[in-house]
Design a protein around this ligand. Sequence first.
Ligand code: SAH
Length: 365
Amino acid sequence: MRDLKSMSKEELGRCMAELGEPAFRAKQLFSWIHQKKVSDLEDMTNLPKSLREKLKEGSRITRLKQETVQISKLDGTRKYLFSLSDGNCIESVLMRYRYGNSVCISSQVGCGMGCRFCASTIDGLERNLSAGEMLDQIDRIQEETGERVSHVVVMGSGEPLDNYDNLLRFLQILSDPDGSNISQRNVTVSTCGIVPGILRLAEERLQITLALSLHAAEDETRKKLMPIAARYSIREVLDACSVYFEKTGRRVSYEYSLVSGVNDTEEEARRLIRLLRNRKGHVNLIPVNPVVERGWKESAPAAVLRFKNCLEKNGINVTIRREMGRDIDGACGQLRRRHRMQQGEIRRQGEASPCRTMTAEERNE
Ligand code: SAH
């Protein structure tokens, strides 16, 4: 059965042609689904009854079911658990910022990338999400809160570039003026660093922001945290990000989750400075959100600050990402995981070393 919510305007156009309908019906249908957020064909009053009947036969419109919502007492962040038509569950997060409401969506059920600090990947990849399932996370949250969502980050469970075609369809529908009409400039897609996917995305010339989960400045350290690092070296993935910048003019964000004693040392900061010195981009630091099953410890606030100061003093754009929803299983995959719960053990690790400004010579090593 085809899902009308997952179809681009062009695809709906072809569908209308097959049903012997005039082309303008595609735009009407598209705007009912994505602008007016209607998920029942009966409510689409300007479509002829005969068309509604024809559509009902072979199609459906994805609609997620809200299972739970957790609301952070710290910052009002809302974390949702939605169930899909096949019974799988996914999670999405609403964060309220001064500049507007931002929704973090999942792109897959589970994840196959295996990052060692991440809860989403513990049970591997279950399946890809369709474009409609990605879009509906945003629509359901807008409906539940009655507030407009202005920003979207594809930073929930799953690797978006491992679900490339659906991701692209999602991005196109999301930013279509006849659809949700969210500016591409307000959309961020985060990847663990699948090089061919980054290069392909660069060719699409979209105006979205690409975020790279870097998390280390040296291949050996990165391999300890992220299996994908064994496939592509840091140099290869940063070069792909440079291509992305050249083709789109969009600066890349580098995500860096600080793990105590693993990637938060002064040495690692200095390596990072050397790597990023001549690249257009921005580093987002966040202390790793400890996941019981994973056994990593987050860097202490002082270590985070030292790491940031070290980058800043050496000319790297850097911010410490405001942590949100720490009290409500805020990190990737934690809520879904808790839903299916198992427990592990926490291992403690050492403290970070202090940091100082590097000499020009050291920066060029
Ligand atoms: N697969 C994509 C997007 C999903 S994860 C990616 O890898 O980028 C979104 C971000 O959260 C990534 O930077 C990821 O590395 C990070 N992340 C996952 N679990 C985390 C945790 N427990 N603490 C801190 N950051 C985490």
